[in-house]
Design a protein around this ligand. Structure first.
Ligand SMILES: Cc1ncc(COP(=O)(O)O)c(C=O)c1O
Length: 411
């Protein structure tokens, strides 16, 4: 399974990689004992050349799988021309990418950064600046229980999960958490003091929970009524993953936010995040108020343009294959009492179990299938958008085999 350009590391060398990290890296990640050496299409290969069907795709980043020929080709060409020139100067690709994002999002102005959390930080600054222009009291933010918006202090402040927040308190003041899909709580939480409302259309880290359309519509209406900015976090659920450009396109008619943040798949593995805002929200930020040294480099932006070109043709199959995948997974619930629910849209799918999912993830890995588990009990699938019916069938067959060995109810 190895190629001439990347001979397999042997197991001893893989062990050295793991030990070195143990000695010299912050011990913040609990990694699986897998050294990924290379990838092609929907597969990655480990140090011994063993092949894995990759249905987590860098946690939703590798949208076109690995080593996609068109992405490789623009990376190779652009790397030889210009990788980065800072935001002191113009390059050819930020403008066209911002224009493309405006066309597909229905919003107007972009700011480029490097990650999801950085995009969220910028959106929070826009909320604060918008509120501050109206009144010093207008700085409250409404966010949802069970949400996840990133690891930096601002993003953590609007993340509604205690386990991510507790070691870093006190965080930003004025954030109010309410239960998702509770219309009365939403109505009650938003007031003249609210400067922003932050929502994930489909909560990702929280366990693949979609919001109800009428709930989001109410958030839109309240944001209008109280002159607050409505922010959709599309970092995990957007940019093609639901079979639409953005998850908010799933509603008919579309409910537009004031600000949308995206990142993960945008540059197919190169770090690129974006804030896209309407004119009203964009007016909150004037010269000198925000910036990012690496944000929107030529290489990342050119790759994103190429990706969006390819994505247009993939959207229908993402929607169709995702539906097929969910249906096949739902079939498994008939045979296994420990599967509580299958949720999601397009190729963002969660299978909620009545037991911890970690062991299943490990067993799947041993069988050559990469998935992960979020919120302890939800198996999460974020496959590349180029996945085929055959690969989905293969994954479902493998899971069916693994599920047969699950002891339920636990002894
Ligand atoms: C919905 C959502 N928002 C924000 C983030 C943070 O993105 P990043 O890890 O790129 O900072 C994530 C990451 O998983 C996410 O899923």
């Amino acid at each position: 399974m190895s190629s001439a350009s990347s001979p397999p590391l042997d197991a001893a060398l893989a062990q050295t990689v793991i030990e070195l990290e143990g000695e010299f890296l912050l011990q913040n990640y609990s990694r699986y004992p897998l050294v990924v050496r290379r990838g092609k299409g929907c597969y990655v290969y480990d140090a011994d050349g063993k092949r894995y069907l990759d249905l987590i795709a860098g946690i939703g980043v590798n949208a076109l799988g690995h080593a996609h020929p068109r992405i490789l080709s623009v990376i190779r060409e652009q790397a030889g021309l210009l990788i980065h020139c800072s935001n002191l100067y113009y390059h050819e690709y930020q403008g066209p990418l911002a224009k493309r994002l405006a066309q597909i999002s229905g919003l107007q102005r972009s700011f480029f950064c490097n990650s999801g959390t950085e995009a969220m930080e910028g959106a929070l600054k826009m909320i604060r600046a918008h509120g501050g222009k109206i009144s010093p009291e207008k700085h409250h933010i409404v966010s949802l229980d069970n949400s996840f918006h990133g690891r930096t202090l601002g993003a953590l402040s609007v993340t509604g999960q205690e386990k991510y927040r507790r070691d870093f308190e006190p965080l930003l003041a004025g954030v109010r958490f309410i239960p998702p899909n509770d219309l009365a709580a939403l109505e009650q939480a938003v007031s003249d003091h609210t400067a922003g409302i932050v929502l994930e259309w489909i909560q990702g880290e929280g366990g693949i929970y979609p919001l109800h359309v009428d709930y989001v519509r109410k958030a839109r209406e309240l944001a209008h009524r109280y002159n607050a900015l409505l922010v959709f976090d599309e970092i995990q659920c957007g940019v093609g993953r639901p079979g639409r450009y953005f998850a908010y396109h799933l509603a008919e008619p579309v409910i537009l936010p004031d600000i949308m943040v995206a990142a993960k798949p945008l540059a197919c593995g190169l770090p690129l995040g974006v804030i896209v805002a309407n004119e009203k929200a964009a007016a909150a930020i004037g010269p000198g108020m925000h910036g990012s040294t690496f944000g929107g480099g030529a290489l990342a932006c050119r790759v994103a343009l190429e990706f969006l070109d390819i994505l247009e043709g993939l959207l229908p199959s993402i929607y169709r294959l995702g539906g097929d995948f969910r249906m096949q997974l739902s079939e498994l619930t008939r045979h296994h009492g420990f599967i509580k629910e299958v949720r999601g849209f397009g190729l963002m799918i969660g299978v909620e179990l009545d037991l911890p999912g970690k062991q299943i993830v490990q067993d799947a890995m041993a069988e050559g299938l990469l998935i992960n588990c979020t919120h302890e009990t939800v198996l999460r699938f974020l496959p590349p958008y180029i996945i085929t019916e055959q690969e989905i069938d293969r994954a479902v067959k493998l899971l069916a085999k693994l599920f047969k060995h699950v002891k339920y109810p636990p002894a």
